[in-house]
Design a protein around this ligand. Structure first.
Ligand code: FES
Ligand SMILES: [Fe+2]
Length: 396
């Protein structure tokens, strides 16, 4: 077929976007990675938790955010406000909270020499204060980090002064998810993969559904019988720096026997993929079988009917990334629903392993220098948008 005659569907809406191959340099360059650290991860809004992770006053959570070279303490105060601080004592730098999560008694006591901070970050006690040389406690509280909440997702921003509010940053997505019942679902399963891969390869692998019938032929595509046909997304969009991908429900849903049985009792994951958008909740309709939002730079929110999942993608080094996968369901009302959710989480894990394996294979050859460029097709539009935004931030 004459490639020039190939119908261009999604890129038609983006005449400004180039069609050229893209460089492999940003996936292997340590220099580039350091610029991403400074210009992306220390400037944009980064999701670190759900509000439900710190549901009550005095609940706290610690996040080691290596890409920002810090430990973040997220705590809900007595006034019910969620705040974030660098987890670092003003005396000589010891992290004031050592546990990954917990409930404090309204204060954090540094375990090195006993300075005490309240949940608003104020320094309320200096051990042996009379032997210091004029320390002003009002100027030596925990160092705050900008923190705000969107749809129950807690975000932080490490910039001294963020260039935009979280509400403005998320505005391209906000109206689209309005009515989705985030608050009705709670954390049900969590996977963490430590992958030998550049973080952008991991992000980009989720920014298209085109690979479903090939890479996931053994897991997802067994149910989603689109093999042999030209794969087309039901929706694809660039939402400012963010991305949006949606896929059609499969023509024929042919689940594994266990998934089929569990689907009789409740919603798992693959049966949710197979549901038609028309069957969505009254308040919120999906654009396809599932709607996947990429929140620049490192968060995904995948919406299905009856469950949603998130990916938090944490760069550690140019060739190392932590991938956190979290699944949310309504509280199971009986053993059958619990069974469906557990089967759903296991089936989903198997699909994600196919992804993870591929990411590492890509990384293992990327630095060979054999290829200077990669190619993107029309339905990889959201990847191109992501790369353009990474490049723009890095160059800023
Ligand atoms: S380092 Fe915290 S009290 Fe000394
Ligand atoms: Fe995949």
């Amino acid at each position: 077929m004459d490639l020039a005659e190939q119908p261009i569907l999604f890129m038609d809406g983006h005449p400004e976007m180039e069609r050229t191959p893209v460089s492999t340099e940003p996936y292997v360059s340590v220099d580039y990675f350091e610029k991403e650290r400074e210009n992306i991860f220390r400037r944009t809004w980064i999701n670190v938790a759900r509000e439900s992770d710190v549901a009550e006053p005095n609940d706290y959570l610690v996040r080691e955010v290596q890409i920002a070279r810090t430990s973040v303490l997220i705590v809900r105060g007595k006034d019910n406000i969620v705040r974030a601080f660098h987890n670092m004592c003003s005396h000589r730098g010891n992290p004031v909270a050592w546990d990954e999560r917990g409930k404090c008694r309204g204060t954090f006591t540094c375990q090195f020499h006993g300075w005490v901070y309240n949940t608003q970050g104020e320094l309320v006690y200096i051990a042996d204060a009379d032997r210091f040389f004029g320390i002003d406690p009002t100027k030596n509280g925990l160092t705050p980090i900008h923190c705000d909440v969107w749809q129950g997702f807690i975000f932080v921003n490490f910039a001294e002064q963020p260039s935009e509010t979280l509400a403005d940053y998320m505005a391209p997505i906000t109206a689209r998810v309005a009515g989705y019942p985030f608050a009705d679902y709670s954390k049900t399963y969590c996977y963490k993969a430590d992958e030998a891969v550049n973080w952008k390869t991991l992000v980009e692998a989720q920014l298209e559904g085109w690979h479903l019938p090939t890479l996931h032929a053994k897991t997802l595509a067994k149910s989603a019988t689109n093999i042999g046909k030209r794969f087309t997304h039901s929706a694809l969009d660039c939402l400012g720096p963010h991305g949006f991908v949606s896929t059609f429900p499969p023509d024929v849903f042919n689940p594994s026997p266990v998934t089929a049985i569990s689907g009789r009792y409740g919603v798992g994951t693959f049966d949710a993929f197979a549901v038609d958008k028309e069957e969505g909740s009254e308040d919120h309709k999906l654009n396809g079988a599932f709607d996947l939002y990429h929140v620049f730079p490192n968060l995904y929110i995948g919406l299905l009917n009856g469950t949603y999942f998130t990916y938090n993608i944490w760069p550690i080094a140019v060739d190392r990334t932590i991938w956190e996968i979290t699944g949310y369901f309504p509280a199971a009302q009986n053993a059958g629903q619990l069974f469906a959710q557990q089967v759903g989480s296991i089936a989903f894990r198997d699909t994600l392993r196919e992804d993870g394996f591929t990411h590492e294979r890509i990384c293992s050859v990327m630095s060979s220098g054999a290829k200077k460029h990669l190619h993107l097709q029309d339905e990889e539009l959201a990847i191109r948008n992501f790369m353009n935004n990474v490049n723009a931030y890095v160059a800023a």
